[in-house]
Every structure is written in structure tokens, then in C-alpha cells.
Design a protein around this ligand. Sequence first.
Ligand code: NIG
Ligand code: FE
Length: 439
Amino acid sequence: MTAGFQVSDGPLLLQARQVLTMVPRSDAIRNPPPKGDLNALRDRDADIVGLRENAVVHVEGGRIRSIGPMGDVAKKVRNRATVVECGVVVPGFIDCHTHTVFAGSRHDEFTLRNLGADYLDILEAGGGIHSTVEATRAAKKRTLAATLVQRCYEATRRGITTMEVKSGYGLALDHELKQLRAIEMARPEVLVDLESTFLGAHVVPTSHTDRREDYIASVIDEMIPKVAELGLARFVDVFCDKGAFDSDEARRILRAGMDHGMIPRLHADELTHAGAAELAAELGAASADHLEYVSDAAVAAMAAAGTVAVLLPGVNLFLGLERYAPARALLSGGVDVALATDFNPGTSPTQDLGLILTLACTGYGMTPGEALLGVTASAARALRLEDRGTLAVGKRADVTVLGVDDYWQLPYLAGRSHVEGVIRAGELVYWVSGDEIEA
Ligand code: NIG
Ligand code: FE
């Protein structure tokens, strides 16, 4: 492996042991994996990730130009190309569910929970999300933006080229706007594409405990119209669960967002069965996220509606939840399953998408290919981004280069950063030396 390479305007040829195009060759993912038959399992996984061995990805002009054997690359391209030898090449990772704009830290709560305290009890007592709201309200916009920039560099080092970021720690018009504007401030400074989501309906703030209807009215009548007018969020999200908003409240809020041109998505059925996934399907939401308590009927409804399931196993790790979302039932039922970090100071204080891949394999019984599809093609679908998530001719050249011989090593060699290089829209933004290259 070279220690780095010069970026030029000419063609870039990534010559890889394995290229994962993430364009499945069949719908094998609908059938359960053949346990115990390793060859059949490898073949099935190769189909799922559209595996090409010893192939070259030709990047030029910010796009993927071709994928195939070196012999197929035209001589005149080869003659002027930068050629880089790689282990495994995948589409740039997409972290499609994060709460990356926040101030403060909840390490005290983390330790109390590990010693037996309950997440919802802490929330009800005014801690948890409320303590992050207090810290975030106290922070200046430029401080939030500066912290976000640092976190985006961390994401780049993890191979992430697109990241969704939610508001939801302001819970008042000005503070929600401040969070979303911090994203806008950070955007030109970072090496990752940011997709913004308005989550004013994260929880009812403590000031409104006895006036929840007033808070809902302010989300619907004040916040959503203002956020839409300023063009600050593509998505509208609601935490629909015990301790947050019920499905009728969520429906009203999401409909208001939709009326203002935002795409709905939901924190759904994480701690209890709240009818949230059913609502996601009813509204044709882009995604329903969490889903530990999703019903069988909702799985069928999500498949019919094309609503993507976004699973967040970091929450299982950090909350010690023993109940995992039914990933296999979702896949067999025809639902696309994406995976994300849910990076937030409470339930998933990690930006490590590699850890999420490992947890998806150990916790959901997903194969490495299924998990990788979850942080690429399916994550792009969850964000309704059609120009990325796969390595196919004409797609945006968002590419992550991984220093392993075989992609099955990714979730297995846990805790090591496998990322050697990141290319975003054809530009090299990170290489193994650890230095980010100027955007
Ligand atoms: O995605 N579930 C609701 N919201 C976040 C947690 C936020 C927090 O605890 O700060 C989540 O898990
Ligand atoms: Fe979340």
C-alpha cells in the first residue's frame, strides 16, 4: 500500500482485491442465510454486495466511470491515470441517523445506568435528554458549529462521506434554529455531506410538562413553518415512544412538516410498541428508526410503503437493551435495512460505524455483506439520495478504501480503524497518513 498519492485532475484507478458495488445481483437477501454451508453463504453474500474481485474502479470528473478488470480500462486512460493498489473498496459510508449537534457530556449518566439506573426514569426526573437541552441552549451557535466540525473530521476518518444530523436539543424556536444554523455554518468547513433533520418533537421540554399541547402547537405553528421558510431541514422527525410523543401527536407533527415540504421519518418503537412504525408506513416515511418493538403488521406495512428500517444497535450496547430489532424478519419481509450510529450523548455516544457493523453481526445475526449494505445503499435510500450509496457508472464518486484483504474481516477485526482512504465526489479527502486534505 502506498503511503499516499497526489491528487490530479486526471483519472484515478483504484485497483482493488475486492470491490463491493452494493448493487445486489439477486434478491438473495430475502432468503435467510444458509447456516453452516460456508460456500453457499459466501456466494449469497457476494450477490448481496455485488462483489467484483480484482477489479478497478475508474474515477474521473467526480463520478464513477467504470468498474471492471484493468485490461478493460482504455490504454489512453491508463496512461494518464493515478493508479492506487487497494484492499477492499466500498461506496463511501453513510451515517443516516445522528444527533451530532449537541453540547455537554453525559458520562455521569452512562455510569449510573451501568450500575442499574433506568434511562426513562432519568429522563422523567429531568435528566437525560433534558440535561443535553440545558447544555445546548447555553452554547453559542459558533461553539456548536466548531464542535460539529471536529466531529465531522472524526466521521471522515471513519470512512463516512454523508451524514444526517438532527436538531432536537433546543426544544424552543430559537434554540432549534440555532442548532440547524450551526449545521449550515459547519457545512463549508467539513469533508462530509450533511443532511439536516428537524427534531423539535424530541421530547416535551420540562417547561411544558403540564402544557404539552402548547409545546406541540409551537412545533406545528411556529417551528416547522420557520424551519421550512429558512430551508434549514430536508427531513422532519418525531420521537414516538413512551416518555416522548404518542402516535396521534406524531402524526399531526409529521403531517405539518410534510405540508411544508419536509420528508417524514420517525424514532419508532424503541422502548415500547407505540404504533410508530405503522404510522411511518401510513405516511410513506423515508424511514422508521430503532424498531426494537416493531409489530409484524408494521413490518408488512413498511415493506408495502417502501419505508426503510434504520437499525441502531449502539443503543443496545449503551442502554444494555437485550431486545434487538428483528432485522431478519425485516429483511425477509422485503424491508431495506440500514444501520447507523445514532451518535448522541445519551443512548449511543459513538461515531464508530465500524462498531455498528460488528454489533449488527453479533446482535442481529446479519452477515458482513448485509451489514455493509446497511451503511451504503440502504442508508442512501433512507435519506432518499439517489446519486450515491453504490459504485455504479455515473454515480457520485464517494469511495472508501479499506485496509483488509477480505470484507468479512471488517466486523470481525473490531476496534481497529480499517479506513485507509476516503474520496468524496472524486476528491481525495483523507488518506492513511491521518491528515485530512483541504476541502
Ligand atoms: O435516538 N430516542 C431518542 N433520542 C435519542 C436519544 C437522545 C438522548 O438520550 O440524548 C436516540 O436514542
Ligand atoms: Fe436517534
